[in-house]
Design a protein around this ligand. Structure first.
Ligand code: NAD
Length: 455
């Protein structure tokens, strides 16, 4: 039985596992016709989907908030991004899918992009519609057909999104199959699935990479976790830095791949920064996700709440004490948690689980640093490489630091969560490959074919 994480008195409908082979079979059958459908018609279908999704914006946002606990204002932002993504994807397709030719080859030639076939898209719970949708739009525009397996923690809202999409395309072009890890494995392992886009944890990403390793023609794009650092230098605007860190810790209750979970602060400004951070975090009061005023919702499941409780029970120097209130305003019972911050000197910090592993809750570790070089070394000292923020007003200093940082996205004076759909997004190292998260993923979803004719 699934319960709403923000109100345990609300039971969510159970969704039965789908039939993966039937869904892939329909998508496979539809592929040849869809691949040869003129690009303008494919764009027309997507614009029709955009219209349908726009009409259902509020219901979809409510569904996200009810099922995942994401505050309604954030959920509205997610659905707004879904609508906007369609125009960005169309612009990307125009830019990246056009044929080209090499004039210094003596033979007439065309370099063109061909759709791969059926794509399997697997989504996480934290942006249950938006992240999958980014990949889905790119695949469809390039002439692939798609089978989407959403997170079982957001099955209802993803079904609603899926219905709106399915109505907008010819039969079989877009399919949804519900289920958990076993259904995900069946989907990625299916021989007719020629491309996979997965967003989720490193553990599941590794299981998918393993399951597909023998099929060398199957491309696998992975968007995985992060252990994102905010670097606060001695010349930083501390109020700005503390505001950005608090926000990036608490958005989606710290359950974003790009949440801030490590703060590497220059020792000369540490005390002032921590005072400000405490003040900013105090404004994130846990509340009902359906309330417009709520900025900190619950974590998604009882297991996630337990993981948080285990983390804050560790014998560390906790400078902001966490906790898990049983109840919040309006007498709502749910998986509520408070922001928590620990502090450790660098030598001890690097060995801590809190420094290396995602907790996926509003928890961060503050580590004092003594130079730019030490801050970079610590920022890079994890297996992840998704986003890093640097707080300094000095552009040259920032660019020098950025050059040494092992992260797919780096920001000056912006939160680690500042990842607009108008730019590419993706991780290095264990944070993933293929950059499916943002702009330009359409480049990944085709095979390049070089056609040459004798002069
Ligand atoms: P998860 O890995 O538990 O599940 C993600 C999806 O994979 C779900 O649909 C799940 O049913 C499916 N799945 C799980 N195990 C599988 C397996 N062995 N084979 C096939 N499918 C499987 O992740 P989650 O808890 O839903 O999401 C949180 C994780 O996602 C975090 O690690 C977060 O950092 C990451 N994430 C990354 C990005 C990014 O852009 N890099 C964005 C959002 C979330």
């Amino acid at each position: 039985m699934r319960l709403s994480p923000g109100d345990l008195s609300i039971q969510l409908p159970d969704v039965a596992d789908g039939d993966t082979s039937a869904a892939v079979g329909r998508a496979d059958e539809a592929f040849e016709r869809w691949r040869t459908t003129p690009a303008a018609e494919r764009v027309g279908c997507l614009k029709a989907a955009q219209g349908r999704i726009s009409e259902q914006k509020e219901q979809l946002a409510r569904g996200i908030a009810l099922e995942t606990g994401k505050p309604i204002t954030e959920a509205r932002g997610e659905v707004g991004a879904v609508v906007a993504k369609i125009d960005l994807a169309i612009a990307d397709a125009k830019r990246h899918l056009a044929d080209s030719t090499e004039s210094d080859c003596t033979n007439p030639n065309v370099i063109r992009r061909r759709a791969r076939g059926v794509a399997g898209v697997i989504g996480p719970f934290n942006f249950p519609v938006h992240l999958a949708h980014g990949a889905i739009t790119a695949y469809l525009l390039a002439g692939n057909t798609v089978v989407f397996k959403p997170s079982p923690l957001a099955a209802g809202v993803c079904q609603a999104y899926g219905d709106l999409m399915r109505e907008s395309f010819p039969p079989g072009v877009f399919e949804v199959v519900q289920g958990g890890a076993a259904v995900g494995q069946a989907l990625v392992s299916h021989s007719a699935v020629r491309s996979v886009c997965f967003t989720g944890s490193v553990a599941a990403g590794k299981a998918i990479a393993g399951a597909t390793a023998d099929d060398l023609g199957k491309d696998v794009a992975l968007e995985l976790g992060g252990k994102n650092a905010a670097i606060v230098r001695d010349d930083a605007d501390l109020d700005l830095a503390a505001t950005a860190v608090a926000e990036a810790m608490c958005l989606t209750a710290g359950q974003r791949c790009n949440s801030t979970s490590r703060v590497l602060v220059d020792h000369t400004v540490e005390a002032r920064f921590i005072d400000l951070l405490k003040q900013k975090l105090a404004t994130f009061v846990p509340g009902d996700p359906l309330d417009d005023a709520t900025r900190l919702g619950p974590v998604v499941t009882e297991a996630a709440r337990r993981r948080y409780l285990d983390t804050i029970a560790q014998p560390l120097d906790w400078i902001v004490l966490g906790g898990a209130p049983e109840q919040v305003a309006g007498n709502k019972r749910g998986h509520y948690v408070l922001p928590a911050v620990a502090r450790a000197e660098a030598e001890r910090a690097v060995g801590l689980e809190l420094f290396r592993e995602e907790v996926f809750a509003p928890v961060a570790l503050v580590v004092p640093t003594r130079s730019d070089a030490e801050a970079v070394k610590l920022a890079n000292a994890t297996d992840y490489g998704l986003t890093t923020s640097v707080f300094t007003p000095d552009r040259d200093r920032f660019l020098k630091l950025a050059d040494a940082l092992e992260a797919g996205n780096v920001y000056q004076n912006l939160a680690t969560t500042f990842s607009p759909s108008t730019l590419p997004f993706g991780g290095w190292k264990s944070s993933g490959n293929g950059r499916p998260g943002g702009r330009g993923f359409v480049r990944f979803v085709t095979n390049e074919q070089v056609v040459q004719m004798k002069a």
